[in-house]
Write a protein that binds this ligand. Structure first.
Ligand SMILES: [Zn+2]
Length: 79
Protein backbone atom coordinates (compact mmCIF):
# COMPACT_ATOMS: atom_id res chain seq x y z
CA UNK A 1 0.00 0.00 0.00
CA UNK A 2 1.13 3.50 -0.82
CA UNK A 3 -0.20 6.90 0.10
CA UNK A 4 -0.66 9.96 -2.07
CA UNK A 5 -2.20 13.17 -0.81
CA UNK A 6 -4.89 15.27 -2.41
CA UNK A 7 -2.17 17.88 -3.04
CA UNK A 8 0.08 15.41 -4.86
CA UNK A 9 -2.84 14.68 -7.17
CA UNK A 10 -3.48 18.33 -8.01
CA UNK A 11 -5.83 19.16 -5.14
CA UNK A 12 -5.60 21.82 -2.43
CA UNK A 13 -5.36 19.82 0.81
CA UNK A 14 -3.27 17.12 2.47
CA UNK A 15 -5.97 14.46 2.70
CA UNK A 16 -4.21 11.10 2.21
CA UNK A 17 -5.35 8.39 -0.20
CA UNK A 18 -3.97 4.89 0.16
CA UNK A 19 -4.06 2.18 -2.49
CA UNK A 20 -2.27 -0.70 -4.15
CA UNK A 21 -2.11 1.03 -7.52
CA UNK A 22 -2.04 4.54 -8.93
CA UNK A 23 -5.55 3.92 -10.28
CA UNK A 24 -6.78 3.29 -6.74
CA UNK A 25 -5.53 6.63 -5.43
CA UNK A 26 -6.70 8.48 -8.55
CA UNK A 27 -10.21 7.05 -8.07
CA UNK A 28 -10.08 7.91 -4.37
CA UNK A 29 -9.05 11.45 -5.25
CA UNK A 30 -11.92 11.73 -7.72
CA UNK A 31 -14.33 10.66 -5.00
CA UNK A 32 -12.73 13.00 -2.46
CA UNK A 33 -13.02 15.99 -4.82
CA UNK A 34 -16.64 15.21 -5.62
CA UNK A 35 -17.54 14.87 -1.94
CA UNK A 36 -15.69 18.03 -0.95
CA UNK A 37 -17.41 20.08 -3.65
CA UNK A 38 -20.79 18.59 -2.78
CA UNK A 39 -20.18 19.60 0.83
CA UNK A 40 -19.69 23.17 -0.34
CA UNK A 41 -15.88 23.28 -0.23
CA UNK A 42 -14.91 25.86 -2.85
CA UNK A 43 -11.16 25.21 -2.50
CA UNK A 44 -11.64 21.85 -4.24
CA UNK A 45 -13.77 23.23 -7.07
CA UNK A 46 -10.98 23.83 -9.59
CA UNK A 47 -9.32 20.46 -9.00
CA UNK A 48 -12.74 18.83 -9.36
CA UNK A 49 -13.32 20.57 -12.71
CA UNK A 50 -9.85 19.48 -13.85
CA UNK A 51 -10.58 15.89 -12.88
CA UNK A 52 -13.95 15.90 -14.64
CA UNK A 53 -12.24 17.24 -17.75
CA UNK A 54 -9.79 14.34 -17.57
CA UNK A 55 -12.56 11.75 -17.58
CA UNK A 56 -14.15 13.52 -20.55
CA UNK A 57 -10.93 13.81 -22.55
CA UNK A 58 -8.84 10.80 -21.53
CA UNK A 59 -6.43 11.12 -24.45
CA UNK A 60 -5.52 14.69 -23.51
CA UNK A 61 -5.19 13.62 -19.89
CA UNK A 62 -2.68 10.86 -20.60
CA UNK A 63 0.26 13.04 -19.60
CA UNK A 64 -1.34 13.78 -16.24
CA UNK A 65 -2.02 10.09 -15.60
CA UNK A 66 1.52 9.19 -16.59
CA UNK A 67 2.88 11.75 -14.11
CA UNK A 68 0.57 10.55 -11.35
CA UNK A 69 1.59 6.94 -11.98
CA UNK A 70 5.26 7.89 -12.03
CA UNK A 71 4.90 9.74 -8.71
CA UNK A 72 3.05 6.77 -7.27
CA UNK A 73 5.71 4.31 -8.49
CA UNK A 74 8.44 6.45 -6.94
CA UNK A 75 6.83 6.40 -3.49
CA UNK A 76 8.24 4.11 -0.86
CA UNK A 77 5.81 1.29 -0.15
CA UNK A 78 4.35 1.19 3.35
CA UNK A 79 3.86 -2.54 3.00
ZN1 LIG B 1 -8.48 17.59 -0.72
Amino acid sequence: MKTMTCRQLGGPCDHPHTGETADDVIKAQDRHLREAVRAGDTTHQQAHEDMKGRWRRPVKALGWYRDAKKSFAALPSAG
